[in-house]
Structures are given as C-alpha cells and as structure tokens.
Ligand binder design. Structure first.
Ligand SMILES: [Zn+2]
Length: 881
C-alpha cells in the first residue's frame, strides 16, 4: 500500500524500500546485558536524495555506508528520537536505483519484555524478541512498517553452549577454536520468505527441544527451558492437528520451512506469531495432560491454533498498515475456534467463544469504545488497539458474516484472498471483494457497517398477530450502558446497522430458524399463519447485537428454556444482565432467569450466570445493599447448593470433563459467592491435601479450592503457597498459586503479596495480573490502590506498556466516587503511553456504577423480600449447606 496523500511524519518514505536484509547479532545474555551487531539492507530508492530515514529506538547506530554503482558512500547517523527514527546523511547525492546500506548498531538487552530483552528462569538468563507492533526498531535499525516486507537472513554469535532459534532453519554453526572466539559460535540461518519486521524472531539461551513431530514435510518442535520436556506432548499434538485443519481450510500448505514453538519464561503477550518460530507464555504451551484442567487445555489449544492461523492470515498475507490490525486478529481468533472445534468437537469451543464475545459486547456498550477499524498514525495508537474490540468483536463480526454467506462461499472467498495476496499486503476492501465474488452478495455493505462504525444495536422484538397471520416486528437502536439516569433525548445522529437477524421460531417444543437482513429503524418479517410458541431473536448468537424481547415473549422463553441451545441460554442471561444494567429491564428478571437456569447441565451456562451473581454479591451488596447480604446468600444456596451436593466433591470413575467443570463452577457459587461454611471448611481440608499431593484433587477443582482456602488463610498457608509456586511442576500450577496469593484477606498477608510485585519473585509478565486480582478482592482493594500510588515509580518498571493499561482497566472495581476522582487525577499526572482510552473507559464504568447502584439495590431488596414471602415457588428447596 502506498498512498499519494501526504503521510504523517511518523511514516517512512514509500520511495525507499528494502528487499533483502542481513542481520548479524553478537549477544550472550548469561554474560552481558548488551548486544551489538551489523545490518545490511538491500534497497531500492525511487528518486535521488542526500538523506535516508529508517527506524531505530534506544540503539547506537554508527558507520552508515552505502554501496551504490560500484562506489561506497559514507555518512553519519543523526538520531530523531521523537520520530523513533535515525536519519542517515551522506556526503554525496544518492542516485535512484538499487543499493546496499550497511550500519553498525549496539544496544542494551531490555527489561520491559519488548525489542530484544533479557528474561530469567531458574538462575539462567535468556534473550528473546517481541517485536509487534513497532518494536523491531528496538532490536536493529530497520524499515519497521508492515508493508515494507523483505527477506531476512539472520546470524548470531554467542556462547557455544546456547541454543539459537530464529524464523528460518539453521544452515551452519561455526565454532571458534581459539583466542576470543574460543567457547563461542556463530549460527547462520537460511533466508526467510518476504516478512514484515514485526514477525522477525530470535531466542538465545539454554533452551531444550522436544523430539520433533511431522505434518507432511513440516518438522514441528516445542522448545523450553531445561527440565520441562515431559510437558511438550500436548502442545505438539495440538500444533500438528491444528496445522492439519488449517492447511485443509486454506487449501494451501504451511508457508514456512519448519515450525518451532518456544515456551518463553517471561513474555508480555499470550503468544506471538513470528513466522516459523512462534513464542508463547509457558502456561499456553507446556501442559501436563494429567493435571491440567479442561479449561487450561482448551485455552492452550485455542492460542496455539490462533498463532498458526496467523502463518497464513497475517504472516503470508499481512495488513498493509496497523489500522487494519483487526484483519489479522479477528480472523485468527475466529479461525482458532473453527479449527479446534473440528479437532475436538466434544470441547464445544463455540460455547467458550461466547465468553469472549460477552466481553466485547460489554466494552462496546461504552460511549468510549472505538470502531474495529481505527485510524492509526503512531506506534502508541497501534498498541492501543490490541483489545477485545479488535479480537473478539472482530471475530464475532467475521462469524456473523460467515453465517450470513454460508460456510462454503466464505471459505472460497478466503482462499481466493490468501492466494491473491500471498507474500504481500492487503487491506479490508481486498477481503470484501474476494468474499463478494465468491458469494454473489454485496459483502461490503454488511461488513463496513460493522467494521467502521463503533457500538452495536439492541434489537427490539415483538410478535404481532393480525388477521390470522403472524409477524415479527423488529426495531433497532444503539445499545449504550446508561441506567436509571435521565435518558439522553436524542443522539446527534442515529446509527443503523445492517443486521443479519437469525430468529428461532418455536413450534410447540420444536423450532426452526428464519433469516432476514434488517436495515432500517423498524422492520416487519412475516411468519405465516401459525402463531409461534416462542421467539428467540438471535439464534446460535450468530449476530453481534442484543435482542430485547417484549415481556410477553420473555415469559414464553422462560417456559421453553430446554428448546434453546446452550449457546442461546448463555446469550439469554448475558443479554438480560446487560439490559438490566442499561435500565431497560429490571434486575429481578436477571435473578428470575438465573434461578430458572440454576440446574442447567452445561457448565458454560453456569459460567454466564455467575457473572451477574458475582457482581451482585461482590460489588452491589457490599457497597449499596449490605442489608441484603443474608437474603441473597440464602437465595444462592436455595438455587445451587443441592446441585453441588448431588455431584459431591469426588468425580465418579470415568466421569466426563463437562461434569467436572460443572462441579467447579458450582463450587465457586456455593463456596465462593454464598460462602457456605460447610463447603469452605471442606475446601480448606482439601487444600491441605492438595499441597501435600497434587493428585489428591480433581484438577478442575484445584483453582476453586486453593482460592477458597486463601480467603481465610493464615501466614502458614501463605508461605505454603509461595513454596508451592516456586517448586511448581507445571506452569499452570505456578500460576494457580501465584494468583491465589491475591485472594488472602489478612492485611499483613496482603502487604506481603504486594511486596512481591516489586521483586523477581513474581515475573514481570504476571505483576499486572496479581495487582488486578488484588483490586478485585474486597479485602485488599484499598490497600492495593494506595500501594500502587505510593510505589508507582518502582512498579512502573515492572509493567510493560501494553500490560500497564490493564491496571487502569481493573480500577473500576474500587467503585466509589472518591476513588473515581483519585484514579482520574493519578493517571492524568502519571500517564501510561497508549492508556488514554483505557482511562476514559474506566471513568465511564465508575459513572455507570454510580447511576446504577441505588436503583439496582432497591430492585434487589424488593425481589428478595418478595421471593422470601413466596418461598421461591418452583425451586427445589435445598437442605442448608
Ligand atoms: Zn493474534
């Protein structure tokens, strides 16, 4: 993509383009905190000039020389830090044409998990890269824009004992025999196919590898720090099976020579799709099949598949600029669920997808949301877009379009798009064109309404019966969270969405679906002569909108719940909770649906209803309705305790995973939310046994048990958790004990955990997650917030920019207006780069809570006292747990 419009000053001149890049780096993370190297770039220059600009940040760049037409020009390097560039000024005019630019560079291994950085594990030091979005410029001087693709040839000089991994296979390693080269080696890698700079990868250190597995000609390995070889089997199998599914989908073989998956002990993202050398957090790659929970396995498989989908969608065909980041991420997210679902249908991956979609629907209901497609000029703006709108809303819109066009037309379009742009770059319009051609539909019309416009609609649904015929009356308007307050009289402009509506129409206990593209503010869909027994206006939740059924329709739905799919039951509760928060439905309706779904056989449905219940018990009651505490606890026990007791603590031999997860979900409600003393006592006893023997407890229950025990835990238990964390046999176990440190309630132990966030006891990658969990814990949030402010300068060094925004996102758990003022003042005087939008969103959530709390508390009081009087008809009364 080159545009003729004037480019922002942060952009490179499109007339200077690299085609081949050789990078040599000298780095030994065990011995030195710095590195140096030489980069040689084959260029094509469009017009004569004296100066060249390329990207470099925190690097010393020296000795620029330019070989052109048989002569060598020398020049000097002038840093332009505000543009993250260096300007090379030559003593003579540079002619147009082909030439080779060579530069020396040197830098320090970073500690903030980006560029080329140093990570520690078990007393050893490693060097890894993390270059997306715009951090290749912190590793070597380069043309750091996604459309500036080039072929890379990497070579690395380091200690002979180190492993070196890069994108391409190793071609040779030369060991130094004597002198300063003794004990050192230089590893040379083959040249890569054309790649954007953000996909270049390097790992150096004492890494070990699994035995390879193969898919056709592709050799697949998992790399890890020493002693973790037994945890590689699951990742290898998932990678091979996902790669098989992806090759089939794209009808195009894996585009790179080999596939290395590297478990990195300290890593900012979940994983990174470097071409041929994918990097992961350890929890997402190294899995012990025997002790990992089903959720941990599913999440690892999904992330592995997401990264592998990028090998085609992102790496082979790359977005031309960061404004189309969603093209990469939305598609890879959707694809991962699609392919893992094909591999393991019993995992019901699309039910998992619903949780991510729910998070996107929630964020996108704020006024301070953003469109999926966002204008991006600077590196900070590029980084700001790695959020649930880009990933999960993007993937939901992809899913909506796929369902609208049909699976085979959609796949045909995607295949054509990948083939046409392979090894190059593309923009969204290229994809719409390919999909339109494959399907014969005007895809652009539907897609642009969702990609370029922020927010989404609520679809009001009513059944109308006139002269013996039925019709569906649909009306749409933007859905925004604004409860109980004065409603804004009119929006300056009323946005509309092209909504592919799929409705489930009940016929007795059976149902069928109808499809309809709803474009206007009001629409009428004829249903023929029969009056439907119920209507659910977002079948399979395939549309990114919330249906608002009339009270009569909602009553019908409640008596036909078994006729809805699990995904629809998850949707029903999530939508109703959102409608209640937006002041469009009473809170009582959320409790009514939750009660009706309490015995649901699907753990994912329980997970969906746990969200509103957790908010009521953890945020609404303590702050606004303390008198409701006992009544709500009774309500929870009445509805959920019997199901938990029926299942018991111990799984039956050969019990399926779904039941085990359901038990864990119920434990969270009955023990965690309702605080059943009997359940808490048993959890404590089980936790002691678990600390002594990790196999004494079903893996799926371990998180719940550890967390419950922590809440009333003493110093001895805290020490026990720290020991368990430090000696953990798997990354998931380590994470479990680490996060549970944030669940203790005694002030001294909270302070102890807070203190750890400043030390290497907690890896940089996890600091923010521990702080966020402390902020969500009622007992620790105040102390945590003061700690964050007091120790900011030290903490800041342990929070990489992308993760630091998550701290802002966690602050609305503080709830009160005083805290809103403090949060606002603090992050305005201590800004986090790329965190401005997160701050606006956080403040909006504080405001929402303030307007929600009193009305909701009142509604809760009424509902609970009404139910108490009525004795909860229709609900099995449980024995007190
Ligand atoms: Zn991705």
């Amino acid at each position: 993509m080159t545009t003729t419009k004037r480019l922002p000053r942060h952009r490179l001149d499109p007339e200077v383009r690299p085609s081949r890049v050789a990078v040599h780096v000298d780095v030994d993370p065990e011995r030195s905190a710095s590195f140096r190297g030489e980069v040689s770039i084959h260029l094509e220059v469009g017009a004569p000039r004296r100066r060249l600009r390329l990207h470099a940040v925190d690097l010393r760049v020296a000795k620029p020389r330019l070989e052109v037409g048989g002569v060598t020009l020398s020049g000097r390097a002038v840093p332009l830090p505000e543009l993250e560039m260096v300007e090379l000024v030559f003593d003579q005019r540079i002619p147009a044409g082909e030439m080779t630019l060579t530069l020396d560079f040197a830098g320090k291994l970073r500690s903030d998990l980006c560029g080329l950085y140093r990570a520690r594990a078990d007393g050893h030091r490693y060097a890894f890269t993390q270059l997306e979005a715009t951090d290749a410029r912190k590793f070597f001087p380069c043309f750091d824009e996604p459309a500036m693709k080039a072929r890379f040839r990497m070579s690395v000089t380091t200690a002979a004992s180190h492993t070196v991994i890069s994108n391409a296979p190793e071609v040779k390693a030369l060991k130094g025999a004597r002198g300063p080269g003794a004990g050192r080696k230089t590893v040379h890698f083959a040249e890569t196919p054309p790649l954007s700079t953000y996909l270049v990868a390097l790992a150096v250190g004492r890494l070990e590898s699994s035995r390879p597995t193969h898919l056709g000609p592709t050799e697949i390995r998992v790399w890890h720090t020493p002693g973790k070889g037994r945890l590689t089997g699951f990742g290898l199998e998932a990678a091979r099976e996902c790669l098989r599914g992806l090759e089939r989908y794209f009808a195009l073989p894996y585009p790179y020579t080999k596939l290395d998956l590297v478990a990195v002990p300290d890593f900012e993202f979940g994983a990174m799709e470097n071409a041929g050398a994918v990097f992961f957090r350890e929890t997402l790659l190294l899995v012990d099949r025997a002790t990992a929970t089903l959720a941990e396995k599913k999440r690892a498989a999904e992330v592995i598949c997401h990264e592998l989908a990028h090998m085609w969608y992102g790496d082979l065909v790359t977005m031309a600029w960061w404004d189309d980041l969603w093209l990469n991420e939305a598609f890879a997210t959707w694809m991962a669920f699609h392919v893992v679902d094909g591999w393991k249908p019993e995992w019901k991956m699309w039910q998992d997808f619903m949780h991510g979609r729910a998070a996107a629907l929630e964020l996108d209901a704020l006024r301070h949301t953003h469109p999926i497609y966002c204008r991006v000029d600077t590196a900070e703006q590029a980084n700001e877009n790695f959020d649930v709108i880009t990933y999960e809303k993007g993937a939901s819109v992809v899913r909506m379009i796929e369902r609208y066009l049909g699976a085979s037309a959609f796949r045909k379009g995607v295949r054509a798009y990948i083939r046409e742009h392979r090894e190059g770059n593309a923009v969204a319009d290229d994809l719409w064109r390919a999909l339109s051609k494959a399907s014969g539909e005007d895809v652009e019309r539907v897609a642009r309404g969702w990609i370029e416009q922020e927010g989404y609609p609520v679809l009001k649904v009513r059944h109308e019966r006139k002269r013996g015929r039925s019709a569906l009356i649909l009306g749409q308007e933007r859905f925004v969270l604004k409860p109980f307050g004065p409603t804004e009289r009119s929006e300056p402009k009323r946005p509309r969405w092209p909504v592919p509506v799929v409705t489930r129409i009940g016929r007795g206990r059976r149902s069928r679906t109808t499809r309809h593209l709803s474009l206007g503010a009001r629409d009428r869909v004829s249903l023929g002569r029969d009056a439907p027994s119920f209507i659910y206006a977002n079948a399979e939740e395939s549309g990114f909108y919330r249906p608002l059924h009339s009270p009569a329709e909602l009553r019908n739905l409640l008596s036909h719940l078994p006729s809805l799919t699990a995904i629809e039951r998850m949707g029903l509760i999530d939508h109703q909770w959102a409608l209640a928060r937006a002041g469009r439905a009473p809170l009582s309706s959320v409790l009514e649906i939750s009660g009706a779904l309490a015995g649901d056989p699907e753990a994912d449905v329980l997970a969906a209803l746990r969200k509103p219940l957790a908010f009521v018990s953890g945020s609404l009651i303590p702050e606004a309705a303390p008198k409701c505490e006992d009544a709500f606890r009774d309500w929870l026990l009445e509805h959920f305790a019997a199901s938990f007791e029926e299942l018991g603590w111990k799984p039956e031999p050969r019990e399926d995973d779904a039941t085990r997860v359901r038990r864990a979900m119920l434990l969270g409600i009955v023990g965690g939310m309702a605080g059943s003393p009997k359940v808490i006592d048993e959890a404590r006893a089980q936790c002691d046994r678990y600390l002594a023997n990790r196999r004494s407890v079903d893996a799926n229950l371990a998180d719940g048990i550890v967390s419950l025990a922590a809440r009333s835990g003493d110093k001895k238990l805290h020490t026990g958790f720290v020991r368990a964390m430090e000696s953990a046999a798997t990354p998931q176990e380590k994470r479990r004990f680490l996060l549970a440190l944030a669940d203790f309630e005694s002030p001294a132990l909270i302070d102890k955990t807070l203190g750890f966030t400043l030390t290497d006891r907690i890896p940089t990658q996890d600091v923010i997650f521990v702080l966020a969990r402390l902020l969500s814990n009622r007992a620790s949030k105040q102390r945590t917030w003061s700690f964050v402010r007091k120790r900011w300068s030290k903490l800041r060094g342990r929070m990489p920019a992308m993760l630091a925004s998550r701290l802002i996102e966690a602050t609305p758990a503080l709830l009160t207006s005083r805290h809103r003022r403090e949060v606002s003042a603090f992050f305005r005087s201590h800004p986090i780069p790329g965190g401005e939008r997160a701050l606006r969103q956080a403040l909006e959530r504080f405001d929402w809570y303030r307007s929600f709390r009193s009305g909701a508390a009142e509604s809760l009081r009424k509902t609970l006292s009404r139910q108490r009087r009525a004795g909860s008809p229709g609900v099995r009364r449980a024995k007190p747990a």
